[in-house]
Design a protein around this ligand. Structure first.
Ligand code: SAM
Length: 245
């Protein structure tokens, strides 16, 4: 899978050299290109923003450097060839990023991420790119970040670990929160007693059926308490707001 990122802060993505995704890159499972948008500016100050038409606070990213960036990464816009890449614009006004969407994106051969800053990117950019590639506007959640970089980092973490071979044991992906419908049950490791707290006895019993039943019950209880909106109607029981403990 090939990922390209266009940003005015390429240094944000240095952390993709470490941990699982760093190893995946070294193993050739993920190919990454990080591109500084300012290389496609032509003035002394390498300007990427300007005041908004219609007035209002803040600045908007000018379309010209973005146009040149996409010409460089997708091919010239006037050759009619199109591109098989999916272009993702992170924006709080996009469709929610979910585990299901991460799975869908993990099957793409190539994704280009366009990190906005300021009040966002001139709306004509996405409209123009949609003429030659598939475009998806994606939100990390119902809050506003300063820029798209953190959103893209989170998406790449979630997508990258679903690419076959990136996580050593694929079974560890199957039962996770947001995969099986419920939040995951709590997990424990050694020592058996820590600061007066015991690992639940059933997990030490060796009884696999009892362990599976306990884990399911815990997952159900946790989901009911924290995220009742995720429960199927027949499991929802007494409705209510999520609580803090
Ligand atoms: N004015 C925009 C609005 O109200 O929709 C917010 C702009 S925000 C300060 C700057 C950039 O951060 C956006 O262009 C986008 O790339 C990124 N961003 C902010 N919040 C985000 C979110 N929840 N999900 C994805 N990207 C986000």
């Amino acid at each position: 899978m090939r990922l390209d990122i266009i940003t005015i802060f390429p240094e944000f993505f240095g952390v993709l050299d470490v941990s699982l995704l760093g190893r995946a890159r070294r193993d050739g499972l993920l190919e990454l290109g990080v591109h500084d948008l300012r290389q496609w500016t032509h003035d002394r100050h390498r300007t990427v923003d300007d005041t908004p038409y219609g007035g209002g606070a803040g600045m908007v990213m000018r379309p010209e450097p973005w146009g040149e960036a996409f010409d460089a990464l997708l091919g010239p816009s006037d050759d009619g060839a199109g591109s098989d890449a999916l272009v993702v614009f992170p924006t709080p006004a996009g469709v929610p990023f979910t585990q299901a969407l991460a799975r869908q994106l993990a099957a793409e051969p190539r994704i280009v991420f366009a990190c906005g800053r300021y009040e966002g990117i001139d709306a004509r950019v996405a409209e123009h790119v949609a003429g030659r590639a598939r475009v998806l506007e994606v939100s990390l959640g119902d809050y506003v970040l300063n820029g798209g970089e953190v959103a893209v980092m989170a998406m790449i973490e979630a997508i990258g670990r679903l690419v076959p071979g990136v996580v050593g044991n694929p079974e560890s992906l199957v039962e996770e929160s947001h995969e099986a419908g419920l939040l995951e049950h709590p997990s424990y490791t050694k020592p058996q007693t820590w600061r007066g707290l015991e690992v639940p006895e059933v997990l030490r019993s060796g009884n696999h059926a009892a362990i599976a039943a306990w884990r399911h019950e815990q997952a159900l209880e946790r989901t009911r308490r924290v995220r009742p909106d995720l429960l199927p109607a027949d499991e929802a029981g007494e409705g209510g707001q999520p609580s803090a403990n």
